[in-house]
Ligand binder design. Structure first.
Ligand code: ZN
Ligand code: ZN
Length: 357
């Protein structure tokens, strides 16, 4: 019985080439209660390996998170297999618009503690008791309701370049932080307000909605499939777009323009800009917003210090980094005192108050 991938990436690429078939790239997730993730994982591997599925899939006691590709002509069989699993029956599948036959070259199904590293180590609540899913049309109605508080569940570097009109955008670096801030700020409105949430692809809101229901919020809603699915529906159904700016995405593109508005500012000169730069200094890699002019002038660095380090020969830079640990520990994403136009910490309650006034 083969339970693990046994072809190299190179061998696999050759096979895909040879088969000459179009592959679909699909992603999906579901929170569920899985008693024995190891057994579930092995069952999936046996069934999907048979269908020539490739991808990166995480399985945990709390559910499944999958990104995969498969030959287009195996789609029906794959769908039938998903439908045979009670919590995956009719699960929403995101099918990528752009084809890439070589998106994945191995089938890796891993058992993890969690399907998303969300920092929420609280297993006292039921992750499957989620809020109400709303589509783009209903979402547009809900966010016009004066009884609604619309919350962006993403991190500040994501919402800074684009978000829904009137959304509260907590100034946080992690999902875990925003959960507490929002709960605190809305503690007197657990029963009378609609708590409407959104994130990039919907997965963060699944967990957040279950968490808030557990904390006593009565009217919890989330945008199904997140901003990505919203934009698709807006285009397909000709609905009004209420998202301004760019959607931050987690691939090499970094962001996707949704409306023409440029809502952010260059962190170095303050001019309108909404393009993220990863500081070119390998010891820094700060993620910050930089306009084209500053990018040229600063050689894609966040500070003159980084610029000087980045000009040194590579070996010398390596020597300097010794014992400094991981660059991500040196700076937090998008936060550094030396960036004059990076907004200060805002209290979510201030923005909530502004909304009401
Ligand atoms: Zn600038
Ligand atoms: Zn830097």
């Amino acid at each position: 019985m083969q339970l693990y991938n046994n072809l190299s990436a190179k061998e696999r690429a050759a096979l895909i080439e040879q088969a000459g078939k179009d592959r679909l790239t699909i992603s999906f997730y579901a929170y569920a209660k899985i008693g024995n993730p190891k057994i579930f994982r092995n069952d999936l591997f046996l069934a999907w390996n048979e269908l020539d599925v490739l991808g990166r899939i995480y399985v945990a006691h709390e559910g499944i998170n999958a990104q995969l590709s498969l030959p287009a002509d195996q789609f029906e069989a794959f769908k039938a297999h998903l439908d045979s699993i009670s919590f995956l029956e009719n699960v929403r599948l995101n099918i990528a618009v752009e084809h890439d036959n070589f998106a994945f070259l191995k089938l890796k199904i891993k058992v993890r503690d969690k399907i998303v590293a969300d920092g929420l180590n609280d297993d006292t609540f039921d992750v499957t008791d989620i809020g109400v899913h709303v589509d783009a049309e209903r979402f547009n109605e809900l966010i016009e309701d004066e009884n609604t508080v619309l919350v962006d569940m993403r991190n500040h570097y994501e919402s800074e370049i684009g978000h829904f009109k009137n959304a509260v955008t907590p100034d946080v670096d992690t999902f875990r932080e925003s959960l507490d801030i929002i709960e605190e700020d809305l503690k007197d409105h657990k029963e009378d307000k609609n708590l409407v949430m959104y994130c990039t692809g919907g997965i963060r809101c699944e967990k957040a909605s279950a968490y808030y229901k557990h904390k006593g919020f009565k009217n919890v809603f989330q945008l199904e499939g997140g901003i990505i699915n919203y934009v698709r529906q807006i285009k397909e159904k000709g609905l009004e777009n209420k998202f301004i700016g760019k959607n931050f995405v987690f691939d090499e593109r970094r962001s996707e323009r949704i409306s023409d508005d440029v809502i952010a500012h260059c962190h170095q000169c303050g001019n309108p800009a909404d393009l993220h730069t990863n500081c070119a200094n390998d010891a820094c890699h700060l993620l910050f917003i930089q306009c084209e002019e500053c990018k040229k002038k600063m050689e894609a660095c966040c500070s003159t210090t980084c610029m000087e380090v980045n000009r040194l020969p590579y070996e010398e830079q390596k020597e300097m980094r010794k014992g400094q640990g991981n660059s991500n520990d040196i700076f937090k994403k998008g936060r550094a005192g030396h960036l004059p136009f990076k907004q200060d910490l805002r209290n979510i309650f201030d923005s909530f108050e502004t909304l009401k006034s």
